[in-house]
Design a protein around this ligand. Structure first.
Ligand code: ADP
Ligand code: MG
Length: 678
């Protein structure tokens, strides 16, 4: 038997300075053996029986039991992809879509993009007529409904990671329930790592609806079935800290190094909150390693990770080294990592919170739920008994953490969601069937905002052409509005670049660890008008460097992200062409670009207020006091009026991606919005 990866050999020959360790070859089973040892394997027949005979099958099984990688393959074998039909499997996260599709292609011995494909926003890797299994984000599947409202290509749709309850998963579940009424032959599989099966089963229970089609005996039962997959995890010993820690990042680093020093072999998984945290911890661990902690192999895992680095995370460490993976919440259930024996849980994750009063949605580092803490601990027990080190007290776990996370629809802005529902022809938004209904106030706020940016008319119908065009573009509504407004202002060529730059994770290599270098690099491109115009400078300099990776490295710019920007820009440009919107360049005329930005983001207009607490901005909508984030090029400049793209909440509210504006434009751009506020 050999180590189960053909593809990775290329990586090794590309200069990674170690050979494939022979100890792993004997330790790893063949792919086929591995597949047969998964808990789901024994349930294959029951699963196929249920899918055949019921409309909706709910599958509950712990992370690693084989739901995501195996079920679609079983369905192909049972004939569900015959005759040009497709099997869809949705994921809330792009990175899970990519890694899982690659893994399944490998298991099926096919090239990715043929029998097994995937689709994420701006990236479709599949071959019509050949592809049988398609992994995709739930957002992309919702988008496919705009062209094919009943999703007729698909015979089976598996909604995976349903326990995460992301906005798009919840929205998708509501839409699929509608589709099922029109397509009773469509099979749904809802997969979840935790037991919330009963509420989902009740939601999909159509058995009481008497309809003519029910007389047709060939149709599946309308009562959902539940299949539980027996787990096979080992016990995990939980350690708590005695006293609360005040710096979870440093505590995570020192705990990790202590485990390395004191505990027998086995990989370590560290849960942090975001890419900047992860990079900072990586730096601290490597610094320590240079001071004597040898034998470690540290890797990051977060959403924006380039593909080549993703593969490293899934391969074994070089011989004699302990692998340490420093991850965001992604490793909680989305991806399966083999060989983890120790988990370090900081107890935090980055979460969205929406305040409908101030009408501001912010990203916040907040405590996770007890259910999440249990999932994280479970990651230590995959191969043998493990240990989980919680960097919070037992008292905090018992009394401060919520039992379960609040579904995201109850704590996010619903502007994009409602626009999409409208675009799918769902007029009565208030009566959309949600698994958990969002606050009415949030929906009203979203409708108001869509009206303000001209997407909806006073009857709450999509406007033509603006509303229809904005719905067509795979961009956040305000970004789409900015892009469309740029045509009339004669700067669509530039705003296209900005829109593409806003669609990637980050064009910068995270600054932590090399802060000074990063600051200097950013200064080189900084535009007095703000961060979005700065993106334009970076893009132009990147082109002038002939798209050089080395140039990117020297300037703290993420080469992979810049390649994505090029690709997304080309795709958006084709979409604009299709919408009949001409590409015009404003050359050195920056003001036109600023005006386009203001046209998109005017609802986030804020005015400088100098006070004892420092330079704060007050939002026109909601009157919230916000500071400019230190990562913004306008951090020190403090112009009188700005618009921003997003808000982050730590010790205070911070705005990010900030652009300076002239307040006189506001009444010109959105008279209805600004006049009624005075
Ligand atoms: P689930 O969806 O139930 O959490 P998966 O189908 O993702 O489980 O994983 C099943 C098994 O497949 C894992 O235990 C692991 O052994 C293997 N596996 C999954 N993804 C990868 C990967 N990218 N590389 C290597 N092995 C993987
Ligand atoms: Mg899975």
């Amino acid at each position: 038997s050999s180590y189960p990866s053909a593809a990775r050999d290329d990586d090794y020959s590309e200069g990674v300075p170690f050979a494939m360790p022979s100890s792993y070859q004997s330790g790893y089973m063949s792919i086929e053996k591995q597949r047969q040892s998964l808990p789901i394997y024994k349930q294959q027949n029951s699963l196929l029986y249920l899918v055949e005979n019921t409309s909706t099958t709910i599958v509950i099984g712990e992370t690693g039991s084989g739901k995501t990688t195996q079920i679609p393959q079983y369905l192909v074998k049972a004939g569900w992809a015959d005759g040009n039909q497709l099997i869809a499997c949705t994921q809330p996260r792009r990175i899970a879509v990519q890694t899982v599709a690659a893994r399944v292609a490998e298991e099926m011995h096919v090239n990715l993009g043929l029998e097994v494909g995937y689709s994420i926003r701006f990236e479709e890797i599949s071959t019509p007529g050949v592809t049988k299994i398609k992994y995709l984000t739930d957002g992309v599947l919702i988008r496919e409904m705009m062209e094919d409202p009943l999703l007729t290509k698909y015979s089976v749709i598996m909604v995976d990671e349903a326990h995460e309850r992301s906005v798009s998963t919840d929205m998708l579940l509501g839409l699929l329930k509608k589709i099922q009424r029109r397509r009773p032959e469509l099979r749904l599989i809802i997969a979840s790592a935790t037991i919330q099966a009963t509420s989902i089963a009740a939601f999909f229970d159509n058995s009481k609806q008497r309809q003519l089609v029910d007389k047709d005996k060939s149709l599946p039962s309308r009562k959902p079935a539940i299949l539980s997959v027996e787990g096979r995890s080992h016990t995990v010993l939980i350690h708590y800290v005695e006293e609360p820690v005040d710096d979870y990042l440093r505590a995570a680093v020192s705990t990790t190094l202590l485990i390395h020093k004191m505990e027998p072999s086995g990989d370590i998984l560290v849960f942090l909150t975001g890419q900047d945290d992860v990079d900072a911890a990586l730096q601290l661990i490597s610094d320590e390693a240079e001071n004597g902690s040898e034998g470690i192999f540290v890797l990051p895992l977060y959403a924006g990770l380039p593909r080549s680095d993703q593969e490293l995370v899934f391969s074994p460490a070089p011989r004699g080294k302990r692998k340490i993976i420093v991850s965001t919440n992604i490793a909680e259930t989305s991806v399966t990592l083999e060989g983890i024996v120790y988990v370090v849980d900081t107890g935090f994750s980055k979460q969205r919170f929406y305040n409908p009063i101030a009408d501001v949605e912010a990203l916040v580092v907040a405590p996770i739920s007890r259910a999440s803490a249990q999932q994280r601990a479970g990651r230590a027990g995959r191969v043998r008994p493990g240990k989980c080190f919680r960097l919070y007290t037992e008292d905090f776990f018992m009394h401060e953490m919520q039992a379960e996370a609040v579904p995201e629809v109850r704590r996010s802005s619903l502007v994009s969601t409602i626009l999409q529902l409208k675009a799918l022809g769902i007029d009565n938004i208030m009566r959309f069937d949600w698994l958990a209904s969002p606050p009415a106030e949030t929906m009203v706020r979203a409708l108001e905002l869509l009206y303000a940016i001209g997407v909806l008319d006073s009857d709450a119908k999509l406007t033509s052409p603006l509303g229809l065009q904005i719905a067509e573009l795979p961009l956040e509504p305000m970004v789409a509005k900015m892009l469309l407004a740029s045509a009339a202002l004669g700067c669509s060529n530039e705003v296209l670049t900005i829109s593409a730059s806003l669609s990637v994770q980050s064009i910068w290599v995270s600054g932590k660890g090399r802060l000074k270098e990063f600051d200097e690099a950013r200064e080189r491109f900084a535009a007095a008008e703000g961060d979005l115009i700065t993106y334009l400078n970076v893009y132009e300099a990147f082109l002038a460097s002939k798209k050089s990776a080395q140039w990117c490295h020297q300037n703290c710019i993420n080469f992979q992200a810049m390649k994505q920007v090029l690709d997304i820009r080309a795709q958006l440009s084709r979409l604009l062409q299709r919408l009949g919107i001409p590409l015009k360049s404003s050359g050195k005329e920056i003001q036109a670009i600023q005006k386009a930005v203001a046209s998109g983001f005017f609802v986030n207009a804020s005015q400088l207020e100098v006070s004892a607490e420092g330079d704060l901005y007050k939002t026109v909508r909601g009157g919230l006091k916000i500071s400019i984030h230190p990562s913004s090029v306008l951090f020190r400049a403090t112009p009188k009026w700005v618009v921003f793209k997003s808000v982050m909440l730590t010790d205070r509210h911070y705005m990010r991606e900030v652009t300076a504006i002239d307040p006189a434009w506001l009444t010109e751009i959105a008279p209805h919005f600004f006049q009624c506020r005075k």
